[in-house]
Design a binder for this molecule. Structure first.
Ligand code: GSH
Length: 332
């Protein structure tokens, strides 16, 4: 697979499975932090930061969701790459529906920004990227860390007081984000990119065990961490919303659709209908990306018709304790 090696683009450098045929996701490399501290190198400021995203990517989608829910859309600008990722990696194709140019530098490919940030970069060129316009560099390209920064470091800047990492819930939120990563968020990729039957079998078994578990947790609580919408729900949402259209078919996670679950399905609709969320979901970019970008998995690049789940249908979960924070309803 493609990656940068010493700042040069290579199409043969990155092996995505290990010797057992298991998908091996590489660690991200830019890990600086924006901190609300006068001595910090990267401080929260309106207009200083920029996100490079793909609307198809579940990891980038997390950052767009927090940006929307926190009321940071005016403070943090965004550019959107083409959903199709070819041999040259993520590309800017402003002529295509839902895509933008690189509004900062007019780059053709996202990798140019990585090399600008580090001329000797040796890494995958992934989205999301949190870019600092002041220092002209990448602050961070790990979604979990970006979403935490947008949620917790921008209090003086964000238009909304919504707190997705509230006191009293933090340990639980961290535990859930950690618990769902391997079997669910990364689990669908482990199933889809497995190169052996054993690797696939292990991944789907863990995936559906975990989905069953969370389906039962959600029977009598509205959100993953209890009665409040938190970062954990953001992390779960971006996988669930892609599941029936993409992961079920493309990654062969076809034991069950999300819309067949008693609680996960209404939970997914509840999140989708939370103010600010639906606008971040672009199913055309999602389906185009997956079905056309992985020739090993889907060589004919045909985008299937899909079940078109009705995310707008009533969910009735407002009968459970807790709910959408008032300030979110007011600001989004
Ligand atoms: N751990 C990273 C993963 C990001 C990631 O893998 N993004 C994918 C898109 S869904 C990507 O850009 N892949 C390009 C590549 O691996 O070359 C995060 O959570 O931000």
């Amino acid at each position: 697979m493609n990656m940068l090696v010493d700042g040069e683009w290579r199409t043969d450098a990155y092996q995505s499975t290990n010797e057992d045929g298991e998908f091996d996701r590489q660690d991200t490399t830019f890990r600086d932090r924006i901190e609300d501290d006068p001595d910090a190198r990267f401080q929260p400021e309106a207009g200083r930061y920029h996100l490079y995203v793909s609307l198809a990517c579940p990891w980038a989608h997390r950052t767009l969701l927090v940006r929307a829910l926190k009321g940071l859309t005016d403070a943090i600008s965004v550019d959107v790459v083409d959903p199709y990722r070819g041999d040259d990696g993520w590309q800017f194709t402003p002529e295509k529906e839902g895509c933008t140019e690189d509004s900062l530098y007019g780059a053709d490919y996202l990798r140019e920004l990585y090399v600008k940030a580090d001329p000797d970069a040796t890494c995958r060129v992934t989205v999301p990227v949190l870019w600092d316009k002041q220092e002209e560099t990448i602050v961070n390209n790990e979604s979990e860390e970006i979403l935490r920064m947008l949620d917790t470091a921008f209090d003086g800047v964000a238009a909304s007081d919504v707190d997705l990492y509230p006191d009293g819930y933090q340990d639980e939120v961290d535990r859930i984000i950690d618990d769902i990563y391997d079997p669910i968020n990364n689990g669908v990729y482990r199933a889809g990119f497995a190169n052996t039957q054993d690797a696939y079998d292990d991944a789907v078994e863990e995936l559906f065990d975990a989905l069953d578990h969370w389906d039962s947790v959600l029977e009598d609580q509205r959100y993953l961490a209890g009665d409040r919408l938190t970062e954990a729900d953001i992390c779960m949402f971006t996988t669930l919303v892609r599941f029936d259209e993409v992961y079920h078919t493309h990654f062969q996670c076809n034991h069950q659709f999300i819309r067949e679950y008693d609680n996960l399905w209404p939970y997914l609709r509840d999140l989708y209908q939370t103010p600010g969320v639906a606008e971040t979901v672009d199913m055309d970019h999602i389906t185009e990306h997956y079905y056309t970008t992985h020739p090993d998995v889907s060589p004919k690049r045909i985008i299937p018709v899909g079940p078109d789940p009705d995310f707008e249908a009533a969910h009735d979960r407002d009968e459970l304790p807790g709910g959408v924070p008032e300030d979110l309803l007011a600001t989004v």
